[in-house]
Ligand binder design. Structure first.
Ligand code: ADP
Ligand code: MG
Length: 321
């Protein structure tokens, strides 16, 4: 069920009201925090397994926001089969909070490697692999008519940092359902990453996420935020004019295909922006053999059990799951 603004209000997960602390021990320090949530590492007493507990306040700025949290749960449920979206394990409710017990993405935010010095920063080869995973995750969301609307380096996590693990998309607090009958127009998101149509209060679509993936890819490759100005107003002006620096000093040592990929996303008209499926077919992302490691497990196993001689060139199914 969905209301007019793209929020889902029916969930399948049982909301537990027994004390969270009966079943989990909080361990270590905070994993992170945002505007209304604190996320802490915890261990499930019965299994000894680590999880991430996201504590969400039900009242924010004097308003009842329980519905927003229920929507976040509903979207996580709908993405249960999506390997690149963080898994939801359990939900607890207290008089003031709702606690989402999530799969722990132990590698933290890709943000840390985006701003890191050379030896810690992503290589282009890393970014190719991570961008494919982000796109496979987002393509799956978009096929289910979900737009994330807050894709940025703080909401894209890693299962491990060293060695570099896999992507987990988190934070569906701003996400919406979009379909042909509902038009969603809202001012939301993080200034540096929002698309021009959001600034102009024009309809939101899956293309809105694709703009953010363009910004995200730019930041992962260069360590620089393409639209960030001295002040918010300058950032907004840079976005609405699509004022992007593609010069050699920014993209030193980075392939022309990477630049071409970003250019296909940082396009003002949402209808002319590349879709997630189109991005997955971009030469930058299909150029390298090492992508076979991203093939889904079942296909990898299938290809191993068929005792064919190992072919040096991956089959198209393996490259494009
Ligand atoms: P908010 O809606 O307040 O931004 P997020 O869901 O983005 O909340 O969580 C805030 C931060 O907590 C994230 O940016 C990340 O650093 C950390 N975090 C969130 N979920 C997890 C998780 N499943 N595993 C590890 N860290 C997490
Ligand atoms: Mg967040």
């Amino acid at each position: 069920m969905m209301n007019r603004s793209g929020m889902v209000n029916i969930i399948r997960t049982r909301i537990r009201t027994d004390p969270f602390k009966n079943n989990y021990d909080l361990v270590g320090k905070e994993l992170g925090r945002g505007k209304f949530a604190v996320v802490k590492k915890c261990v499930e007493k019965t299994t000894g397994k680590e999880h991430a507990a996201k504590f969400l306040r039900k009242r924010r700025k004097g308003q009842d926001c329980r519905g927003d949290v229920v929507h976040e749960i509903a979207v996580l449920e709908s993405a249960e089969a999506n390997p690149y979206v963080v898994a939801l394990h359990e939900v607890y409710e207290t008089p003031f909070e709702i606690i989402l017990v999530l799969e722990c993405a132990a590698g933290g935010e890709i943000f840390n490697q985006c701003v890191a010095d050379n030896d810690e920063a992503f290589t282009e080869k890393d970014v190719i692999r991570l961008a494919r995973q982000i796109l496979m995750g987002v393509a799956c969301l978009h096929r289910n008519n979900v737009v994330h609307l807050d894709l940025k380096p703080q909401n894209v996590l890693l299962t491990s940092a060293q060695p570099l693990g896999d992507i987990r998309i988190v934070d569906f607090g701003l996400s919406r359902r979009v379909d042909s009958t509902t038009e969603v127009r809202e001012i939301l998101g993080t200034p540096e990453y929002v698309a021009p149509e959001i600034l102009n209060y024009e309809p939101i679509s899956t293309a809105t996420d694709m703009w953010s993936i363009g910004v995200l890819t730019y930041v992962m490759l260069t360590g620089e935020s393409p639209f960030q100005g001295e002040e918010k107003q300058e950032t907004f002006l840079n976005i609405s004019q699509v004022n992007v620096d593609y010069s050699q000093d920014v993209f030193e040592g980075i392939s022309d295909l990477a630049v071409d990929f970003i250019r296909s996303l940082l396009v003002k008209n949402p209808r002319k922006r590349a879709t997630a499926e189109q991005c997955l077919n971009h030469p930058w992302l299909i150029s390298e053999i090492h992508h076979t490691v991203d093939a889904p497990l079942d296909e990898q196993e299938a290809s191993q059990s068929e005792s064919e001689p190992e072919s040096p060139v991956p089959s198209p199914e393996l490259v494009m799951p």
